[in-house]
Each structure stands twice: as C-alpha cells, then as structure tokens.
Design a protein around this ligand. Structure first.
Ligand code: GLN
Length: 231
C-alpha cells in the first residue's frame, strides 16, 4: 500500500485525489491518500507527495498558521529520493520555496507570466517522460465525478490525436525562465519548456489533474512504488 500525501493547500486538491485514484487503478496499485492539512500529517510514512496548483501567495500565508509548508519542505529535504509532483502554483513552490531554502527544481520561474490575454488557455503539450502505460481502461464513459467536476474531454480528444500529446490546461500559469532551466526538460509547449524533472521532483506549469490523462499521476505512483520496494 503506497501512502501518497496530498498537500491541502488552497487550490485544486480534490481533482488530484481523483486523478491519483484513477492512476492507481491504471497501474493496479493500492494507494492511500493522506490529506496533509497540518504539519503533523506530513510524516515518515509518506511515499510520495503532490503539491497542487492554486494561488502560491495565499498558500504561503494560509499555511503559516499550521506550519504546513515548512513541514512539506522538511519532508522533501529528508527524503530526496521520494517523488513529488508540483503543478502550477505547486511548481512555483518547488522552484522558489522560500527565503533561505534551496530550490528543488534547478529552474527559475515567474508567476503569472503569460500576460493578460493569455492568462488561461488550453494547448497540447509534448511529454517526454518515462511513464508506464495504463494497463486498465475505464469502460464507462467519463462523467462528472463525485465532486461534480467534469474532466476536460474535448482537450483530451485533441491530444490523443498526437502520440505523446497531452492536454495542457494553463490557468494564470507561471512560466519557467527558459534560459535558467538547468534540470531535465520533460514537457514542451512548442519550443517552450513547461515541465521539468530534477531528480525525483517533477514540476509542471499546467494542471494535469483537470484532464483524464493520468500520465503524470502514474509517473508519481510508479516512482513511489520503485522507491518503496527498494527501501
Ligand atoms: N497564478 C498562481 C500563482 O502565481 C498560480 C496559478 C495556478 O496554480 N493555477 O500562484
């Protein structure tokens, strides 16, 4: 049983929980999702961690009260071999954690850097990440989940036309400072790097949890499984 921490910072958390459950089914893995609301929820037993998107400033302020963010950083420092997926604001936290703490991604990042007209958009991105294929396919057509969220099927269909394409949903997204990327680029939007891998930390500037393609969540679970088996 893998224990996956989900940082309950402000932002898209329930969608990540659904995506993790879907990815676990696709890989035939048993997982338990640990909702991390307070510092003491972030413990040794976690095999992996998700830092969701949202609003990074609000996250930083809100988490001061329960010292959650500090505990998440401490956990990452103690367990560099355990995988972490940071999406959008989560990627900001990985690339620019806080004063006095070294970045987890060797890449500079700028908030809200797509400019006003393009604050939010969908586009197919190219993924070059080693991810096990799903060995299980949902037979029911996807509908609303129990939170009444409707996954973005239109984007998914467009992306499935491309072999490695993935439906990228960018919502007031940050941007990696392209010249500063010193870790492995793994997702591109045209020429632009929109996802990077640094050791076991994966940061993407879009929202994979809003689509039906569970590739990034499968990556997280697969890595966690390898690490926990080796331990
Ligand atoms: N604009 C947000 C920030 O700077 C990130 C947006 C997101 O996570 N969707 O924190």
């Amino acid at each position: 049983m893998l224990r996956v921490g989900l940082a309950m910072l402000q932002g898209a958390r329930h969608e990540h929980a659904e995506a993790l459950r879907g990815a676990a089914k696709e890989l035939h893995l048993e997982i338990e999702i640990v909702e991390c609301r307070r510092a003491d929820h972030v413990d040794e037993s976690l095999d992996a961690l998700v830092l969701p998107g949202g609003e990074s400033t609000t996250m930083r302020i809100a988490s001061r009260y329960e010292s959650l963010l500090g505990a998440l950083f401490e956990w990452m420092d103690t367990h560099p071999e355990r995988p972490v997926l940071g999406t959008c604001a989560g990627a900001i936290l990985l690339a620019a954690p806080e004063e006095g703490r070294a970045p987890y991604l060797a890449a500079g990042i700028s908030r809200n850097a797509w400019g006003r007209q393009r604050e939010s958009f969908e586009a197919v991105v190219d993924v070059s990440l080693d991810v096990p294929k799903a060995t299980y396919q949902e037979t029911e057509p996807a509908g609303r989940d129990r939170f009444a969220h409707q996954p973005l099927e239109v984007a998914s269909q467009a992306a499935s036309a491309l072999k490695e394409g993935f439906p990228g949903v960018f919502i007031r997204a940050p941007r990696f400072d392209q010249a500063s990327v010193e870790c492995t680029p793994v997702v591109h939007l045209g020429e632009e790097v929109v996802g990077v891998l640094d050791g076991k930390k994966l940061g993407v500037t879009f929202h994979p949890e809003l689509t039906l393609d569970r590739r990034f969540h499968r990556w997280l679970l697969h890595e966690a499984n390898i690490t926990s088996e080796g331990a």
